[in-house]
Design a protein around this ligand. Structure first.
Ligand code: GUN
Length: 293
């Protein structure tokens, strides 16, 4: 078997074009241009690339994008003051603080400070809580992108066993909650594996849909995959040769899986498309709130 590609790049392009049209419509109906502020603290090279890509995608889709770059030495109080300013700014509909943050800053305090109505990352406890309650508002961009990719490729999640490798609040935990939601792209039975899980490979082999978000390069081997399973690779790692690899050993997985997301060109572009989606959603919610007042 040779797995078919879960082509996130092509799908993300289509979604971004749809979002660009929506931005034009919002502007003519309400005079509002959805605006995203991305805050980058320090000079982690990967984070810089991610923020640059997010900013470019915003501008290309007609959104207003602002990048606020702060020094590695920025204190928590200084960062919280920046967030307060963005919370109060009516032209900023979405706020994203790129993670990881420098060690001196407590990420939980930062996440809690973002206005939950501007939390386009979906990391605020209020938004995570709404997802647990089955009435989501902002859903974390990577899980949202994975679900959209599965749905658009016609992959049935209802009744399937989805195994997620990793329990982070950025991917694993919201991914599990999303897969449990009722309706399209949900209704799955989910298992979440993490660093204390015994015999991860055996559990992974039970998956109809295996989502790898461990952050360890090519840890998922061909024999971790049930023949015919769908494999989604959330990992991204730079190789010694200067290329990119995922959490999944691609050549081995390709021989076993029915569908497999490539790295690059799979989940990454979908995450960015969903960030734009969430920013437009934030603008709409803020417009509605203004009009109902
Ligand atoms: N770092 C890695 N992934 C993400 C993400 O989705 N959002 C933010 N803010 N930081 C990240």
């Amino acid at each position: 078997m040779t797995a078919k590609p879960l082509d996130g790049k092509a799908l993300a392009e289509k979604i971004r074009a749809e979002i660009a049209a929506e931005v034009v419509a919002l502007r003519s109906a309400h005079g509002v241009v959805p605006g995203l502020a991305a805050v980058l603290v320090g000079d982690d090279p990967a984070s810089r690339v991610y923020v640059r890509n997010k900013h470019k995608a915003c501008r290309d889709a007609g959104l207003a994008g602002e990048v606020i770059k702060l020094a590695e030495s920025t204190s928590e109080a200084e960062l919280l003051a920046v967030i307060d300013r963005l919370n109060a700014d009516s032209g900023t509909h979405g706020i994203l603080v790129q993670l990881p943050l420098p060690k001196a800053i407590d990420p939980a305090r930062v996440i809690d400070r973002v206005d939950p109505r501007k939390d386009v990352d979906g990391f605020h406890p209020q938004n995570l809580g709404l997802l647990v309650a089955g009435r989501p508002r902002f859903i974390a961009c990577t899980p949202l992108g994975v679900r959209r990719m599965l749905v658009d490729h016609g992959i049935e999640t209802k009744g399937s066993h989805i195994v997620i490798l990793g329990r982070s609040i950025t991917v694993g935990a919201p991914m599990a909650l999303l897969a449990l939601q009722k309706g399209i792209g949900g209704d799955a039975t989910t298992t979440v594996c993490h660093s204390a899980t015994r015999d991860v490979a055996a559990i992974a082999r039970e998956a109809d849909i295996l989502i790898a978000a461990i952050g360890k390069r090519e840890i998922v081997r061909g024999d971790w995959i049930k023949p015919g399973a769908v494999v989604v690779d959330v990992g991204i790692h730079r190789t010694e040769a200067g290329g990119l690899a995922g959490d999944v050993a691609f050549a081995e997985a390709e021989r076993v899986a029915s569908w497999l997301s490539p790295v690059p060109g799979g989940v990454g572009p979908m995450t960015i498309a969903m960030l734009l989606h969430n920013t437009v959603l934030a603008a709409k919610l803020q417009i509605d709130k203004g009009e109902k007042r």
